[in-house]
Design a protein around this ligand. Structure first.
Ligand code: PLP
Length: 602
């Protein structure tokens, strides 16, 4: 028996085991075998326990993922790769929701009238845009993704609005044709205090550092003030300057990994943190981000993951998500129905941040507030002050360099150091040619100086009250006019949503443009007001929103029947996609070189 048993455990074939019998050391008896057996049982038991634990962790992770595709980055990328291109021909364009002929005809008339307005008013601006577009990848991308792709070609052919502006003043911008627009782009969030404020920062900042010019490496003396003031504002110990918000976030995560010696970052479903691969694991990034967990925002299951896993270095929070937790930044290109929703609850989000803070402290996970967007917009002390929660690291950007490009990272001393005293070769590298550029530091200095003036502090007085009252007033007007549009807001950051199922909500951005409102390429998903909007300015914007929505309603775009639900719209689009995919497969199968023409639904 003995040799056979030994061979089973050792993996040695019986014959070989027999041959080794003679070489057995004295004292190797049945007792040894029993010990071996026990050891193996214990090892097996431990391995089993380990596997069980891994399984439990895996299940916890699955439970902490949002059930939408946004919560499943890898699957989202795979699904996105399968979406076929097709577009609507002229007839289908106006009745993608199976509207009756009369409604489609009204839409067509409205569309052509609006196109004529665009051609007449925006000629010069559109012409220059058309000239440079083939050479500017960014322009090609943004102009293509303003509306759902099925409608995009026709919209681009008829609404040539242009992407140039010549000047800014107060809360308006003026294009090359002399049209003045109320600016709701907020310059991607940079414009907190009004364009004239930033013009002054840039001009006087340049004046201040002119003597040094473009010298890099050593700092201009204004930098010392910027450091001191930003550390006071953030309540943190050390700072590093970068060239963009994306880079500040990269550095925060790199340092968190270095100091915790853990690999993974946690971001919350839908949150934007710049375009670096690790924070953009889903659609848009050709590679999977393997060291990123995307968890459900405001959800207990996410806290369980933070409590249990040992590989989490940091948690990234973009407080803007408070307006739409677990949903990506709302752009009109994904507005295929009226499913967009938003609602801000300051208490609930603050409570969530406090719980996150507790768990991160208990687990020594670095809590990073990414305030690149909301810093300085919600309160003088940013989101930390606004929600009453302190982070270990905070990133700023956008507005803080007075209108020039920047990223800033502030952090606790224990997380900011880039070397280890006792291990001189174990460093955490970060540099950047243009970091702390004198002109950026000059404009930042002017920004921070003005930030402390009474005039600017007055803008924060009753800030939420002001913007929420304005939002309510606009909603009342929209309701009274029986228009299916509403606004939700996080202070001065607004989003429009729609109360009647429709495939055409994205058209509103073109009616708004014709009414003199400038939106960024995400359309009605994000309206950003600067805090210098007076009541009169705001009234003018509200008038335009109501009249633009009224015109759109009159042109039949919000025609609806009880049968037309958001779910039905989604199903219909899915069916179209499957048909387009099927047709593409057929074309490839029947044509040796495949078909190059774009599929069109007449
Ligand atoms: C929260 C947040 N983080 C990071 C970034 C990236 O900043 P940047 O565009 O300057 O790289 C943005 C930009 O919109 C942002 O909103």
């Amino acid at each position: 028996m003995q040799p056979a048993v030994a061979s089973i455990w050792s993996g040695v074939p019986p014959a070989a085991a027999d041959r080794n019998d003679s070489a057995r050391l004295p004292g190797r008896t049945g007792e040894d075998t029993a010990i071996n057996t026990i050891i193996l049982y214990v090892a097996g038991g431990l391995a089993g326990l380990y596997l069980l634990r891994q399984l439990r962790l895996r299940l916890q992770l699955s439970r902490a993922k949002h059930r939408s595709l946004t919560g499943h980055s890898r699957m989202a990328r795979r699904v996105a790769a399968l979406v076929p291109f097709y577009e609507y021909g002229e007839s289908q364009f106006f009745r993608a929701d199976a509207a009756p002929d009369a409604v489609a005809a009204a839409r067509r008339t409205g569309f052509m009238r609006l196109a004529a307005v665009f051609a007449e008013r925006f000629g010069k601006t559109a012409q220059l845009t058309a000239e440079v577009s083939p050479a500017i990848s960014d322009l090609q991308f943004t102009s293509r993704y303003r509306v759902p792709f099925q409608f995009s070609g026709m919209v681009r052919r008829h609404f040539k609005a242009g992407s140039f502006v010549e000047s800014a003043s107060g809360v308006t911008v003026t294009d090359l044709d002399g049209n003045r627009f109320y600016d709701l782009t907020g310059s991607y969030g940079v414009n907190v205090f009004g364009y004239d404020f930033y013009k002054e920062c840039i001009e006087q900042g340049a004046e201040r550092v002119r003597g040094l010019g473009p010298v890099l490496g050593p700092y201009h003396p204004v930098t010392a003030y910027n450091v001191k003031r930003l550390l006071q504002i953030s309540g943190l110990d050390e700072i590093s300057f970068h060239m963009s918000g994306t880079e500040a976030v990269m550095q925060a995560v790199r340092l968190a990994r270095y100091h915790t010696r853990r690999s993974h970052l946690v971001r919350f479903c839908g949150a934007y943190h710049g375009w670096w691969g690790d924070v953009q694991p889903g659609v848009g990034n050709p590679l999977a981000a393997r060291e990123t967990y995307t968890l459900k925002d405001m959800d207990e299951a996410a806290l369980t993951v933070l409590r249990r896993r040992r590989d989490i270095a940091c948690v990234l929070v973009n407080p803007l998500q408070a307006l739409h937790p677990n949903v990506s930044a709302p752009g009109d290109s994904t507005l295929i129905d009226s499913g967009r929703s938003a609602h801000f609850d300051r208490e609930a989000y603050g409570a969530w941040l406090r719980r996150l803070r507790e768990v991160c402290s208990a687990r020594d996970i670095v809590l990073i507030f990414d305030e690149v967007f909301v810093g300085f917009r919600l309160a003088p002390g940013g989101a930390q002050e606004y929600f009453g929660v302190r982070a270990d690291m905070v990133t700023y950007g956008k507005t803080v360099a007075g209108g020039l490009p920047v990223g800033v990272l502030c952090g606790r001393r224990r997380y900011m150091r880039r070397f280890r005293e006792q291990r001189p070769a174990d460093i955490c590298f970060a540099r950047g040619t243009f970091n702390a550029h004198p002109y950026v530091m000059g404009a930042m200095y002017e920004f921070l100086r003005r930030f402390d003036t009474e005039a600017v502090r007055a803008l924060y007085r009753d800030l939420d009250g002001v913007w929420s009252r304005r939002a309510r007033a606009l909603n009342d007007r929209l309701r009274d006019a029986q228009l299916p549009v509403r606004v939700a807001n996080l202070s001065s950051i607004w989003t429009l949503y729609y109360t009647v199922p429709s495939r055409y909500n994205w058209m509103l951005q073109y009616y708004l443009r014709a009414a003199g409102i400038s939106l960024s390429w995400v359309g009605t998903g994000r309206l950003i007001f600067s805090l210098d909007y007076t009541d009169a300015d705001f009234e003018a914007v509200a008038d335009r929103i109501v009249s633009a929505a009224g015109a759109m309603q009159n042109d039949g775009w919000w025609w609806s029947t009880p049968e037309l639900t958001n779910r039905k719209i989604k199903r219909r689009v899915l069916k179209e996609m499957l048909q387009a995919r099927w047709a593409a497969a057929l074309r490839t199968a029947t044509s040796p070189i495949g078909s190059m023409s774009s599929p069109r639904i007449k």
